[in-house]
Design a protein around this ligand. Structure first.
Ligand SMILES: Cc1ncc(COP(=O)(O)O)c(C=O)c1O
Length: 319
């Protein structure tokens, strides 16, 4: 990652492994590898620990005693942010939006177990959630709390640094093992993961394509957000981002965010039955469905190595 090192906590177990999915590869006549970011460890792991290692370090550096995070009731980010708060002695406030479930299961159950305070927003609009979070931050400020407030998914330039590191790990794996990846696939939602990967690619002049499979919004919106955040993160390293490196495909969202698709159901079943790996309906299942569809359509050669970044989220299976 050039010569610049940014400080962070070390709760994530890194580097995460990369291994070939032998059975799935045979089944689909492809060379599929998996970067196991579902195994980052802390609080059941997933992509958000990489971001939170940087974010919570920054919060502590700034003297925060309280953190605010925003998301849906089954937010993976909020679950893991709650665990960081517990471990680092920070008060945690979560602004959770949507329809409050009758029973606290999966991520929401864990939010409570980690001791988070929860503020409900009866709306599916992200803008409403963020507006409530801004109000909450002002309320906590007025109570003399030192608040560090994070946007949906922890997608700031600080959070994105976690995925600059991930790209560095991918490049190191290729250098050590002589296995190059022409295509990487991952679920893209709030832009932080993809921005970090794009910045990492630019920094290391990595030649492959980063395919963000849209989960939350259409390609145009996500591309705009990834471009803005990549440019902001890129400034930390004094680099410019090439627009052509930002690839987003929104063909696998289905009806809406959070609603399962036939493709995701098939991907979950294939990963489970072929590899014993658990995906989820909201993120990794839809991303894998996209990758499988590209393979079936013959978008790349059967001899090309494809890398699926498993960003976690499988706690959602217990909803
Ligand atoms: C399991 C999982 N995968 C992927 C993503 C997408 O990451 P990002 O929001 O950084 O685009 C999320 C975000 O919430 C997630 O929870």
């Amino acid at each position: 990652m050039g010569t610049k090192i940014f400080n962070k906590l070390n709760y994530s177990l890194l580097p995460t492994p990369i291994h070939k999915l032998e059975n799935l590869s045979r089944h689909l006549n492809a060379n599929i590898y998996c970067k196991r970011d579902d195994l980052t460890g802390f609080a059941f792991g997933g992509n958000k620990t990489r971001k939170l290692d940087y974010l919570i370090h920054e919060a502590i550096e700034l003297g925060a005693d309280t953190i605010v995070a925003v998301g849906a009731y089954q937010s993976n980010f909020c679950r893991i942010a709650s665990a960081y708060g517990a471990a680092c002695g920070l008060e945690v406030w979560l602004v959770l939006g949507g329809k409050r479930p009758e029973k606290a299961t999966a991520n929401l159950m864990l939010d409570y177990l980690f001791g988070a305070n929860i503020v409900d927003v009866d709306s599916y609009e992200w803008n409403d959630w963020e507006e409530r979070a801004r109000l909450l931050t002002r309320e906590l400020d007025a109570k003399e709390k030192k608040v560090y407030s994070m946007p949906i998914g922890g997608s700031t330039k600080t959070g994105s640094l976690g995925y600059v590191d991930c790209m560095k790990e991918i490049k190191e794996y290729s250098d050590v093992n002589g296995i190059e990846f022409k295509n990487v696939f991952h679920a893209t939602g709030s832009a932080g993961t993809q921005s970090g990967l794009v910045v990492g690619k630019t920094l290391m002049a990595w030649q492959g394509l980063i395919n963000g499979i849209a989960i939350t919004k259409n390609s145009e919106q996500i591309t705009k957000e990834v471009k803005a955040l990549s440019e902001e993160t890129g400034k930390l390293f004094d680099i410019k981002i090439n627009d052509a490196d930002i690839l987003v495909d929104d063909n696998y969202i289905g009806e809406a965010y959070g609603i399962e698709t036939d493709g995701a159901k098939e991907a979950i079943s294939l990963f489970a039955k072929c590899e014993g790996i658990l995906l989820d309906n909201v993120y990794s299942g839809k991303a894998a469905a996209g990758m499988i569809d590209y393979i079936r359509k013959g978008v790349f050669k059967s001899t090309d190595n494809v890398l699926f970044i498993h960003t976690g989220g499988n706690i959602q299976l217990f909803k």
